[in-house]
Design a protein around this ligand. Structure first.
Ligand code: 18C
Length: 259
C-alpha cells in the first residue's frame, strides 16, 4: 500500500506557466486539477459504478445521481489507443483551433480569455436537443502533466491531463441569452505506455499505447427530461471518445512522436 500521499498540487504547480500561477484563478485551478487527477487515477475505487457501454477497449461507467430533480450522473470512461501519446491526446483536446474538428455537440466556441499557454477560458454554445432548451457553458481549461508514479525513471513520459471546469464570468452571465447554463467538471488524462521491445532503438508509433481516462460531471442547469438526457449522454459520450481518439491518430500519424 502507498504510505505517502502524492502532493498533486506541487506537481501541477511545477508544470504550470508563470502567467497561470499569477492569475486569480490559480488557487481554484490547482485545487480542482489535483482533485480530478487524484480521482481519475483511483480507477473505479469504491463507488457503485455501473458499466453502461463497452466497445473494444473502451469502457464507460456511470453512477445514477440526481440533484434537485436534475440528472447529474458522473461518468468515468477508460480506453486504450495505439499510436498516440498522452501529450498528443491532451494537446488536441485543449487547443481551440482543433475543437470544431472533433466536438460534435458544438454550435459555437469562443475564447473569452487566453490567460496563458496552458490556461484558456471558453464560452461554448451547444446544439439544442428537443424538447429541452439550448445549453451554454463558461469554463476554464488547463493543460498539465505530472510524473508517472508507476514508472518513476527519469526519462519516462509524464501523464498528461486537460481539466475543464465551469467558472462564472461577469461578461457572460448565466441564462443571459436564450440558453440555459450547464455546469461541468471534466478531465481527460493520458498515460503513455512504451513497449519494452522498443528499448535501445528509435521509437515507432507501433511501440506506444495511450491509456486514457475521461471523467465528466455535467449538471444540466435547468429542466431536461431524465430519460432523454440519459439517452443523449449514452449516445454522445462514446461518440465523442471514439471520434476524438480517431482524430488524434489521424492528425499525428505522420508527425514525430511527442512524448
Ligand atoms: O468533454 C467534451 N468536450 C469539451 C470541449 O467541448 C468540454 C465540453 C463539455 C460539455 C458537454 C455538454 C454538452 C451538452 C449539450 C447538449 C448535448 C448536445 C448533443 C448534440 C447532438 C447532436 O468539456 C466532450 C463532450 C462529449 C459530449 C457529452 C454529452 C453530455 C451530455 C450531458 C447532458 C447535458 C445536458 C443536455 C441538455 C438536455 C438534453 C435533454
Amino acid at each position: 500500500a502507498q504510505t505517502t500521499q502524492t502532493n498533486w498540487g506541487e506537481l501541477i504547480r511545477a508544470a504550470a506557466t508563470n502567467a497561470s500561477l499569477k492569475h486569480t484563478y490559480w488557487p481554484e485551478i490547482e485545487r480542482v486539477v489535483a482533485e480530478q487527477i487524484r480521482s481519475a487515477r483511483m480507477g473505479l475505487g469504491k463507488g457503485a459504478w455501473q458499466l453502461f457501454v463497452e466497445d473494444g477497449e473502451m469502457k464507460m461507467y456511470r453512477r445514477e445521481v440526481e440533484e434537485d430533480g436534475l440528472v447529474v450522473d458522473p461518468l468515468k470512461a477508460t480506453h486504450q489507443v495505439k499510436g498516440i501519446t498522452g501529450r498528443e491526446l491532451c494537446h488536441y483536446f485543449f487547443y481551440p483551433e482543433y475543437r470544431y474538428d472533433w466536438e460534435g455537440t458544438l454550435e459555437t466556441m469562443n475564447v473569452v480569455d487566453k490567460i496563458a499557454e496552458d490556461t484558456i477560458v471558453f464560452h461554448q454554445i451547444h446544439k439544442r436537443i428537443w424538447p429541452a432548451a439550448q445549453r451554454d457553458a463558461t469554463f476554464w481549461s488547463h493543460l498539465t502533466h505530472v510524473p508517472d508514479e508507476e514508472n518513476k525513471s527519469e526519462d519516462s513520459p509524464h501523464i498528461w491531463a486537460t481539466v475543464n471546469s465551469s467558472v462564472e464570468l461577469p461578461s457572460h452571465p448565466p441564462n443571459g441569452g436564450k440558453q440555459v447554463r450547464i455546469y461541468l467538471t471534466i478531465i481527460l488524462m493520458g498515460q503513455t505506455i512504451i513497449s519494452p521491445a522498443a528499448k535501445g532503438r528509435e521509437l515507432k508509433r507501433d511501440d506506444i499505447t495511450c491509456k486514457i481516462t475521461y471523467c465528466a460531471v455535467v449538471n444540466p442547469g435547468g429542466w431536461a427530461p431524465s430519460s432523454v438526457l440519459r439517452a443523449v449522454y449514452k449516445r454522445e459520450y462514446p461518440k465523442f471518445l471514439k471520434r476524438f481518439t480517431a482524430y488524434v491518430i489521424e492528425k499525428t500519424k505522420n508527425l514525430p512522436i511527442k512524448l
